[in-house]
Design a protein around this ligand. Structure first.
Ligand code: FE2
Length: 371
């Protein structure tokens, strides 16, 4: 069935991030970690006490970012099986839409695999409409229509004010992009999927000449909505002398999944200092990177010495420049990590930093014996 493009773009007109849903082994403890290390507030809870049987979920919020962490309370649950297969990770990259039924219908008509048909859920705070489609691996996208809802998050959740608090305020503002790692030669297929099901267009692509070191390589393309609010880079491994970091991810995650989430700040130096003081570990940057920095990116407001001290990377494009840094993996499996990003005009994803960064990732892979 052919879908009218105008109809589809209307369905996704006000597309934005809604929340990221993590499936984890122990949501209570994971919530404490994200709160005290990254500065989130634990603001709502759903579980047996609120009428949700067999699961416990915590809502974490910081400025415009919402994470939900959920654990199963027994073994016969898809969440328990997800954690067994993948370890802790992001199952649902949920998107806010004006009309969840229309977004679902348009995506499915364009070839998306339906997971849950549109359904209305309500409580005393109003109603939401939810629908879910599949994407790469066991990852899904839920559409969330919440204009008619005034509760703390979704029906089933009750407000919670947990005392867990980060020693230093992180100042994390919003999600900038969310990256998927897919298997060998699958990047184009998933890029096409976002073009068809979401009406996204390709913002930029990188081949293995851009993203390779002496040893390892990957390919990447960035799919985005027209407003550049929701950006989905897709990575696939490329052949190198040694094992690509994407292959390492696929091995440990058990297939395709979310590799990293980039979180925006308007003061990356203060944010990174606070996160380090809260115990967050970042990848280091080879010292030689800073020797050529001003030659490569020109004049910037930040002092090179401070960037060097914090291992913050810089890249420039026609529109401006951006600063970024990557955490080490957030769990014992070398899978999901965060990027902290500050854009000063630039729409770049850090192409100029890939090489410096991958040398650093390879050093970590070598320590794990997986290079
Ligand atoms: Fe990124």
């Amino acid at each position: 069935m052919a879908t009218d493009i105008a109809e589809r773009s209307a369905a996704l007109e006000r597309l934005d991030w809604d929340h990221l849903h993590f499936y984890v082994g122990n949501a209570k403890q994971a919530a404490h970690y994200y709160a005290t290390a990254f500065g989130f507030r634990i603001t709502a809870y759903a579980g047996p006490e609120t009428g949700v049987m067999g699961r416990a979920s915590y809502l974490l919020e910081q400025n415009r970012i919402r994470f939900v962490l959920t654990s199963a309370l027994g073994p016969d649950d898809p969440i328990a099986r997800h954690v067994l297969a993948h370890g802790d990770g992001i199952h649902d990259v949920a998107l806010r839409v004006a009309d969840a039924r229309a977004a679902f219908a348009a995506a499915v008509a364009a070839g998306a695999q339906p997971v849950t048909e549109p359904r209305e859920v309500s409580d005393g705070h109003g109603k939401v409409v939810l629908a879910t489609i599949a994407t790469y691996g066991d990852t899904v996208h839920s559409f969330v229509e919440r204009d008619a809802y005034r509760g703390p998050f979704l029906p089933g959740f009750v407000p919670l004010e947990r005392a867990a608090q980060a020693p230093y305020d992180a100042g994390l503002l919003a999600i900038d992009h969310c990256v998927g790692n897919v298997g060998w030669n699958e990047m184009d297929r998933w890029g096409d999927y976002y073009a068809k099901a979401f009406g996204f267009s390709q913002l930029v692509s990188f081949d293995d000449k851009d993203i390779s070191t002496e040893y390892t390589a990957l390919r990447s393309k960035v799919m985005s909505d027209a407003q550049h609010r929701v950006k989905f880079p897709i990575n696939e491994p490329a052949a190198g002398l040694k094992k690509s970091q994407i292959e390492e991810y696929l091995d440990f995650y058990g297939g395709a999944g979310v590799q990293h989430v980039a979180i925006a700040t308007d003061d990356i130096v203060t944010t990174v200092r606070a996160l380090r003081a809260n115990g967050v570990e970042f990848l280091s940057t080879p010292a030689s990177y800073y020797d050529k920095l001003s030659e490569r990116v020109g004049a910037i407001d930040e002092a090179t010495a401070v960037l060097r001290e914090q291992s913050i990377l810089v890249d420039r494009d026609d529109l401006g420049y951006m600063l970024q840094i990557f955490t080490k993996p957030l769990q014992d499996r070398p899978t999901l990590f965060f990027e902290i990003i500050q854009r000063r005009g630039s729409l770049s994803f850090g192409k100029g930093n890939f090489k410096a960064l991958f040398v650093s990732i390879e050093e970590e892979q070598a320590k794990r014996g997986t290079l």
